[in-house]
Design a protein around this ligand. Structure first.
Ligand code: SF4
Length: 469
């Protein structure tokens, strides 16, 4: 595994860059990963006009990439605890895993496609629009494999100026806006679309709203890639409109406006609050809130999304009366099943909360933030971005203490209880098992537990990164 690390990137001349890419990818690929010979290249590489340039079902190379993915993201200690019924006592720590945690089906698929893409196009420049998923470790691995990230500007716009028709561009699991998709199609590059099926499901819903003249009110974060992409689906139809509400507080402002309740915002106040990126161009609350369809970013808090749908219904009943409200609103829960299952598992665990809860996942990961937020209501919770947030030498933990994705981290010194205690663990849908295992091993080591002696060699072998073994 150490072979695959620390490959610096530069980018000067195309020729030299490709040579380096080939070399770097060779370093990253095991023999089995090199797989079968590639089909012959056309005059423009794989992207000749007669050849397929849009892929969303992988390249049939799953078997080739599986050994590498397993080796990179697997954790023996996590599998061992899972096999023992999601609970195990190691030393004086009772470890409890949530019944559902970590990589979801959409992330599994996106990561798989990215590895397949590297294998399929060893000679091409490969870009990724934004982050493949919101996990720093996985994204770092993508960079190490030679994939170049195209990050958005502050306003969410991507600059594809340097992408050519000879390149490959991977679209992330959250999807991209219609505008960005069309721009990439115009460039003529090869597109590998890893957009999750559950996200596509929301898109269909929003598109349907727009088609039928309903404004899509999306419960989500307006700066999140998925919400931007979902909102853009409303623009497929002329006159399509959208409005993004962050939480119940914002939803209630909209409901008060719809129902014309006392103290509701004026039109100007409404536009000041929900203008810009939170709504479609030319949004007019007097015209565009008459018919509403509610949808949500797939990773929001399920309860809050459902409650928002119910409040919108109430507002419509108030405004139009029982008999006509149905003509003015539609709602459909579009939380994905993976998010729902992870939130349900945390809810179940919190019926008997552990003494300490560890939530592992990117600080910009919506679903991880929501898991941590749920746990904080019941027990001492530490949301860490990655295993090294637990400092083995100092014995401290660096964590984000609140829901806000951009909140500063805190460092705690006395964070583990004295005497035997229970440690609950969950992780966001974009957190690989090896990072969960590594975090756990760090806790055990800080606790002074000899992991190998306490849990057997298999634990230490699979749960610890080589650098720590
Ligand atoms: S969290 Fe849900 S929508 Fe997002 S990638 Fe995973 S399964 Fe798909």
């Amino acid at each position: 595994m150490l072979l695959f690390r620390n490959t610096p990137r530069t980018g000067v001349l195309q020729h030299a860059r490709r040579a380096r890419l080939r070399k770097r990818r060779a370093l990253h690929l095991t023999d089995s990963f090199r797989g079968p010979s590639r089909p012959p290249m056309g005059v423009h590489g794989f992207a000749t006009p007669m050849e397929q340039t849009y892929f969303r079902k992988g390249f049939g190379l799953k078997a080739e990439v599986k050994p590498l993915i397993d080796a990179e993201y697997h954790s023996a200690i996590v599998e061992r605890i899972r096999a023992r019924g999601y609970e195990d006592t190691i030393g004086d720590v009772t470890v409890r895993l949530a019944q559902e945690f970590g990589f979801c089906y959409g992330v599994d698929r996106a990561v798989d496609y990215a590895y397949e893409t590297v294998h399929k196009f060893p000679d091409k420049k490969i870009y990724l629009v934004g982050e493949i998923i919101h996990n720093p470790h996985v994204n770092r691995r993508m960079t190490e494999m030679g994939i170049e990230f195209i990050y958005p500007a502050q306003d969410g716009a991507f600059d594809f100026g340097h992408v050519t028709g000879d390149d490959v561009v991977i679209l992330p699991a959250f999807g991209v806006t219609i505008h960005d998709f069309n721009r990439l199609k115009e460039i003529g590059c090869i597109l590998v679309d890893t957009t999750c099926g559950s996200v596509l499901h929301v898109w269909k819903r929003v598109e349907g709203y727009a088609k039928d003249g309903f404004t899509a009110v999306i419960h989500g974060k307006y700066q999140h890639e998925e919400s931007r992409a979902t909102a853009s689906q409303a623009l497929k139809y002329e006159g399509g409109k959208y409005l993004i509400v962050r939480d119940m507080d914002e939803a209630m402002l909209v409901c008060d406006y719809i129902a014309e309740r006392d103290g509701h915002m004026t039109r100007e106040e409404f536009l000041a609050r929900f203008g810009g990126e939170k709504s479609s161009d030319g949004f007019d609350p007097d015209r565009d809130l008459l018919k509403i369809g509610v949808a949500n970013q797939t990773t929001m808090l399920a309860n809050e999304s459902m409650a928002i749908g119910a409040r919108v219904k109430e507002a419509m009943v108030e405004r139009w009366g029982d008999d006509h409200a149905e003509e003015h609103y539609r709602t459909f829960g579009t939380i994905c099943s993976a998010t729902q299952e992870r939130q349900d598992a945390v809810k179940e665990m919190m019926q008997d909360p552990p003494d300490v809860m560890l939530v592992i996942g990117g600080y910009n990961s919506s679903n991880t933030n929501h898991l941590a937020h749920m746990c904080r209501e019941y027990t001492t919770t530490y949301h860490i971005e990655d295993a090294p947030c637990i400092d083995l030498e100092a014995g401290t933990i660096r964590h984000k203490p609140v829901l806000n994705a951009t909140a500063p981290e805190d460092i705690e010194t006395e964070w583990l209880p004295e005497g035997p205690f229970s440690l609950g663990i969950t992780a966001g849908a974009s957190t690989p098992n090896n990072k969960i295992g590594e975090a756990l091993v760090r806790v055990l080591k800080i606790r002074g537990i000899d992991v190998e002696a306490a849990a057997g060699q298999a634990v230490a072998r699979g749960g610890v990164e080589p650098a720590e073994a």
